[in-house]
Design a protein around this ligand. Structure first.
Ligand SMILES: Nc1ncnc2c1ncn2[C@@H]1O[C@H](COP(=O)(O)OP(=O)(O)O)[C@@H](O)[C@H]1O
Ligand SMILES: [Mg+2]
Length: 288
């Protein structure tokens, strides 16, 4: 049985005074196995974050089902831990207090809480920083605290939404390897959203490619590169290069497909001069 099953999930947002409808996801089916590292990539705005929030139980959906261990889930739970792109730390709490937070929620005894929190301080290489406040930390450190906090309450499934998106290139690479090391130790089931194809290939067992909005799964690609993965050896492997190139093409096709479909709409108006022209006209209309 799949650890996490997303069954034909669709989502339509209704927003604004005129109840404008935005179809974000259309019939998503995904099965993630226990201990698997599964990534989602696709054009910006195709509904990746929406899907993660739905699985996390934070937003309602229009159609479908989410199953964890075969049981339907409809609200947030400690079985699913989320790590966002923005470092969602409490600014008034120190590193260790931030990590302890989830454990307090789980009502674990005080002494045990501290033992667990220290274990994750070690695991995420935060030793010596326990009593600092978030504002005293670099981006990479903050993201490590966020990861430690989520890992500390021991969710079965980690949902990660572009967790390294705001980091500089060097820190990002460092954090990827850190995450791989931690994942190899804990073997959590991970659902990971990224816009970096190299990151997806380096980390994942499988990668799902999303279409442009409304998001549909175009393809699920197994990443059959042996583990443990060592970056220096991997980047020159033919298999790695081929997978990266393949995914680039697949995502590019989706991004282009999207601008083409906008272009088509524009073409129906004889006064139009293509997509760019339409944007200019939109600006004009706003000014009027
Ligand atoms: N709260 C919301 N209300 C209305 N539309 C939304 C809301 N959140 C996201 N959307 C729209 O849904 C689509 C998918 O968004 P999102 O899930 O953030 O995409 P991604 O994470 O793949 O970039 C986008 O077109 C976005 O503008
Ligand atoms: Mg997003």
């Amino acid at each position: 049985m799949a650890k996490l099953a997303v069954k034909h999930v669709s989502k339509v947002y209704t927003s604004g005074k005129e109840s404008r409808e935005v179809e974000a996801l259309a019939g998503i089916d995904i099965e993630v196995n226990e201990g698997e590292f599964f990534s989602l990539i696709g054009p910006s705005g195709c509904g990746k974050s929406t899907l993660l929030y739905i699985i996390g139980g934070f937003i309602p959906f229009t159609e479908g089902k989410i199953l964890v261990d075969g049981r339907e889930v409809t609200s947030p739970g400690v079985d699913r831990g989320i790590v966002f792109q923005e470092f969602a730390l409490f600014p008034w709490k120190t590193v260790i207090e931030n990590i302890l937070y989830g454990l307090e929620q789980k009502k674990i005894a005080k002494e045990e809480r501290l033992v667990i929190a220290r274990k994750y301080v070690e695991m995420t290489s935060l030793r010596g920083m326990e009593n600092l406040y978030p504002k005293e930390l670099s981006g990479g450190m903050k993201q490590r605290v966020a990861l430690a906090r989520t890992l500390a309450y021991d969710p079965d499934i980690l949902l990660m939404d572009e967790p390294f998106g705001a980091l500089d290139a060097q820190t990002r690479v460092f954090m990827q390897d850190e995450l791989l090391r931690i994942w190899e130790r804990t073997r959590k089931t991970v659902l990971f959203v990224t816009h970096s194809i190299e990151e997806a290939v380096h980390l994942s067992d499988r990668v799902a490619i999303f279409s442009h909005r409304p998001g549909r799964i175009r393809e699920i690609l197994p990443i059959d590169i042996p583990r443990p993965r060592i970056r220096e050896e991997e980047v020159s492997r033919r298999q790695y290069i081929k997978l990266v190139q393949y995914l680039w093409k697949a995502v590019e096709k989706e991004v282009k497909g999207f601008s083409y479909s906008i272009g088509k709409r524009v073409d129906t108006d004889p006064e139009d001069v293509g997509f760019q022209g339409n944007l200019v006209k939109l600006e004009d209309a706003k000014r009027k």
